[in-house]
Write a protein that binds this ligand. Structure first.
Ligand code: SF4
Ligand code: FES
Length: 236
């Protein structure tokens, strides 16, 4: 028989199996908690903290996607403190990154009243768009460092380990080893990283080219030019 733990979420009591996260328990009750770095297919990393909730008696807010329910917990998924924390996280993300193509962030900003101009004097990401393969482009100006792509590329999905987080502080960024172009790494172009990216920092090359008005002939030329197999043939 499965061992159960009981807690109270927003005034409602719920019993869940040991090991259930606060996020899973809340969803069982139909409570909506925002998430960004969390993805059903990936290990919870607790990276972005947008899901943080208030637990009575706890010193800090707890990330609902990573913290497990304990017996007797009294949890508030919305409170003044929770809402303020989510609002500031959104404002800080938008101060550095281009979140204009991140639908979840835009929806949460609306819900929590985030003011994207609040930290307008903050430093912004200024990376060149990386277009080094025929399948997808990388625009790290849109990256919020949620880490999903690294997890999907690594031990959560593909085991290719082509991506990692490099640098420190504001200069932390997603990179390949030695910043090599993707065709020169262990990338197998599975597309899992593109599929889990919440901000469109990773985009299929085809849609990216078309969005810029590139016509089909040119799309075909560009794709041919940068195809890794062709480059490999050239090098021989
Ligand atoms: S590229 Fe996308 S998935 Fe990867 S860390 Fe940045 S926002 Fe997350
Ligand atoms: S969604 Fe929970 S920490 Fe990011």
């Amino acid at each position: 028989m499965t061992d159960l733990v009981t807690c109270v979420i927003d005034g409602q009591s719920v019993a869940v199996p040991v090991g259930t996260t606060i996020l899973e328990a809340a969803r069982q009750l139909g409570r909506d908690i925002p998430t960004l770095c969390h993805h059903e297919a990936l290990t919870a990393s607790g990276q972005c903290r947008i899901c943080s909730v208030e637990v009575e008696g706890a010193r800090t807010l707890l990330p609902a996607c990573a913290a497990e329910v304990r017996t007797g917990m009294v949890i508030h998924t919305r409170s003044e403190r929770v809402d303020r924390s989510r609002k500031v996280i959104l404002e800080m993300l938008a101060s550095a990154a281009d979140v204009s193509e991140a639908p979840d962030i835009l929806a949460y900003a609306e819900e929590y009243g985030a003011d994207f101009s609040r930290f307008a004097d903050g430093e912004r990401l200024t990376y060149p768009i990386l277009d080094d393969n025929p399948f997808y482009i990388r625009d790290y100006n849109k990256c919020i460092l949620c880490g999903r792509c690294v997890q999907a590329c690594g031990s959560d999905m593909q085991f290719a380990f082509a991506l990692t987080i490099a640098g420190r502080g504001f200069h932390s960024h997603i990179a390949t080893f030695f910043e090599k172009p993707l065709p020169e790494t262990s990338c197998v172009f599975c597309g899992n990283c593109v599929g889990v990216c919440p901000t469109n920092a990773l985009q299929p090359k085809l849609s990216w080219l078309l969005a810029q008005g590139t016509d089909w002939n040119e799309v075909r030329e560009q794709t041919k030019k940068s195809h890794p197999a062709k480059n490999m043939r050239k090098r021989r």
